[in-house]
Design a protein around this ligand. Structure first.
Ligand code: NAD
Length: 264
């Protein structure tokens, strides 16, 4: 075990799966105490045996303000304070603008943008001076994707929210940064693996020739959570294997080809 986060207390949202899970487990391995928050209670329960005595769990829907406030308070009560918060919970959807339902738009904006706002708001109230807040956006914060208007818009909003929060919380030496992952193999992207041509296109878009695992993102989160990054704030960190050098894969085309394929 290394100790880059020894004695620190972290809150991670969306911690039951994928990137959030990897970040929470890496923080624990680096010596932090971690409150893992998610709507997936079964997923949190499955993590319990891996978490050990420095882990705790709370059901928290990041779109519900009272849940988020309770999670921030819980971290303080359970572990004596809060030093690190990762606003990670999120998901995408597919829909062309002219076909997009308002309900689906609202759902993604609520989760991916308002959920981050509420997390930064309530963590920002209780986090100790010198703390670190990390918001998980996406490559799609800066690279448009046809069929993903709500997600792209929400993630671009997260990048700006981060910069405003860094300004407002800076007088307490609290740092706020964005991580923008490219394609990561998680539950959220499992549908892509049913369309190998799309994964190939994602990989071709990178300069390093692969997609990411959740730990690739956790590595950046550990750096931003630790004192090694004490002069880093209001910044946007792409962890996408260089994919911003290219155009996002053609999702509408891939879906159309799939629909034309018999027995697909
Ligand atoms: N996987 C990728 O390729 C990728 C790329 C860029 C950005 N991201 C972002 O990374 C973050 C994590 O995604 P992932 O790929 O690990 O997905 P995932 O589906 O594996 O995990 C997301 C977690 O968020 C939880 N969650 C969903 N709604 C919630 C809510 N209202 N309140 C609390 N928790 C909720 C889910 O239960 C789940 O445990 C998301 O913000 C996503 O947009 C993922």
């Amino acid at each position: 075990m290394t100790t880059r986060l020894l004695g620190k207390v972290a809150l991670v949202t969306g911690a039951a799966s994928g990137i959030g899970r990897a970040i929470a487990l890496r923080f624990l391995a680096e010596g932090a105490s971690v409150l893992m928050a998610d709507i997936d209670e079964a997923g949190l329960g499955a993590l319990a045996h891996e978490g050990g005595e420095h882990a705790d769990f709370i059901r928290c829907d990041v779109t519900v303000e009272s849940d988020v406030e309770a999670a921030a308070q819980c971290a303080v009560q359970r572990f004596g304070g809060l030093d690190i918060t990762v606003a990670n919970a999120g998901k995408g959807t597919f829909g062309l603008i002219t076909e997009h339902s308002l309900e689906s738009w609202q759902e993604i904006i609520d989760l991916c943008l308002t959920g981050v706002f509420l997390t930064v708001k309530h963590a920002g109230r209780v986090i100790r001076d010198g703390g670190s807040i990390i918001n998980i956006a996406s490559l799609n914060a800066i690279q448009p994707a046809e069929g993903m208007v709500a997600y792209c818009t929400a993630k671009a909003g997260v990048a700006m929210l981060t910069r405003v929060a860094a300004m407002e919380l800076g007088h307490r030496q609290i740092r706020v940064n964005t991580i923008a992952p490219g394609l990561v193999e998680t539950n959220a992207t499992s549908a892509f693996w049913m369309m190998p041509s799309i994964v190939d296109e994602f990989v071709e878009n990178t300069t390093v020739g692969r997609f990411a695992q959740p730990n690739d993102i956790a590595n950046m989160a550990v750096f931003l959570a630790s004192d090694e990054s004490s002069f880093v704030s209001a910044s946007f960190f792409s962890v996408d294997g260089g994919a911003t050098t290219k155009r996002y894969p053609d999702l509408p085309g891939a879906f159309a080809r799939m629909a034309e394929t018999p027995n697909s």
